[in-house]
Design a binder for this molecule. Structure first.
Ligand code: NAD
Length: 353
């Protein structure tokens, strides 16, 4: 066995009702002037967070949007500067945390993240900003949130359809972490436990969106899977999803949920140990087929056609996905990838590609 493991510094506070620790945590960062970030849809939630902070909040900025448009990043940076903010409190999903990162990238403002989806951005030093339709991504330790406050109660309002898709998005980080070229035993433990926790949580919240145990399991799993994303490299699945999201404007979580079983099928023979662990975490015989059956059972989307992909774009998607591929256990072949995309488009079960 040979590996490198580098722990990333982040303080995590987890538990139903843990939002009550917010003021202490802002204080622990040495901050006096917190700017609260959110999307327009989550303005009310962000305002109640700002209220909790009282005089320590200097405003709510509510223009966070998917993939962090550069205009929004610039505007938010200026807003933060004009208010004299000394900390950003990001309340929301990957889009809002991403906006916090875009601010921190230029100002080194510490971020306190309060994730309300399962996307996992809060545990990674990866940022992305979109300019002229192109998303530029990079890694910088300054954008890693210093403190992450996970309160499952804040995820109760996440619509169930989005919750299950977002949960499978999280599972994808863990699944690819298990066969990453730079995998390490600590991340693999977290990955397997993360998939298992989401496999417990998602069916429960499909049955009852407000089930506290299910919401707790799902968010706990999301933390573990996000940590894996922040620590080891991603492969074919993430490349495909970045291509589909970036070039065809497909929704993030849903795209991940649809592609994952097929990406696992593509890598099945090349990563047997990872597949064994994924299958075990799902309680299934086979990782790819088990993931597809799980997605179906929790009512996740199964077909790219259903989320707005056009059949005429599949060829271009395959071309883009083979260009600059991420490191993958199995070489990326265009013909096989095109077949995979067709199945994902049709909503067909995964098979050998
Ligand atoms: P999102 O942040 O775009 O949220 C989707 C929608 O759900 C938004 O309208 C949001 O306001 C709403 N929402 C979120 N939580 C809610 C709640 N509890 N109740 C009600 N509504 C709620 O979606 P996402 O999937 O979390 O994030 C996707 C974005 O994050 C993409 O741009 C992706 O590239 C990025 N991302 C980045 C990283 C990273 O490491 N840099 C990791 C994961 C995702």
């Amino acid at each position: 066995m040979e590996f490198i493991y580098q722990a990333r510094p982040a303080r995590v506070i987890f538990g139903a009702g843990s939002l009550r620790h917010l003021e202490d945590e802002v204080q622990a960062l040495g901050a006096q002037r917190a700017l609260v970030l959110c999307t327009p849809e989550q303005r009310a939630m962000a305002e109640s967070v700002a209220e909790r902070l009282g005089a320590r909040a200097v405003g709510v900025y509510d223009r966070a949007a998917m993939h962090v448009p550069i205009e929004v990043a610039r505007d938010a940076r200026e807003f933060a500067r004009s208010r004299g903010a000394d900390c950003a409190v990001a309340v929301g999903g990957g889009s809002t945390v991403g906006l916090g990162k875009a601010i921190a990238l230029e100002s080194s403002l510490p971020i306190l993240a309060i994730p309300t989806t399962y996307a996992g951005s809060e545990m990674t030093p990866i940022y992305g900003v979109t300019e002229n339709g192109l998303k530029r991504t990079g890694t910088d330790p300054r954008v890693l949130p210093r403190t992450v406050l996970y309160d499952p109660q804040l995820s109760l309002s996440l619509p169930v359809d989005l919750s299950v898709a977002s949960g499978i998005n999280a599972m994808a980080h863990a699944a690819e972490g298990l066969y990453a070229v730079d995998a390490n035993p600590v991340m693999s433990l977290m990955a397997e436990e993360g998939i298992a926790a989401l496999a417990r949580g998602l069916p429960g919240l499909r049955r009852d969106a407000a089930d506290p145990r299910a919401r707790g399991d799902a968010l706990y799993g999301a933390w573990l899977c996000g940590t894996v994303l922040g620590n080891v490299g991603m492969a074919l699945h993430h490349k495909l999803c970045h291509t589909l999201g970036g070039s065809f404007n497909l929704p993030h979580a849903q795209t991940h949920a649809i592609i994952l079983p097929h990406a696992l099928a593509y890598n099945t023979a090349a990563a047997p140990e990872a597949m064994r662990r994924i299958a075990r975490a799902l309680g299934a015989e086979d990782a790819a087929r088990g993931m597809h059956a799980f997605a179906r059972a929790v009512g996740a989307p199964l077909s790219l056609a259903d989320i707005g992909m056009r059949v005429a774009d599949l060829d271009r998607a395959a071309d883009l996905a083979v260009a600059n591929p991420y490191r993958n256990p199995r070489p990326v072949e265009r013909g096989a990838l095109r077949a995979l995309l067709q199945d994902a488009f049709d909503g067909a079960p995964p098979r050998e590609y």
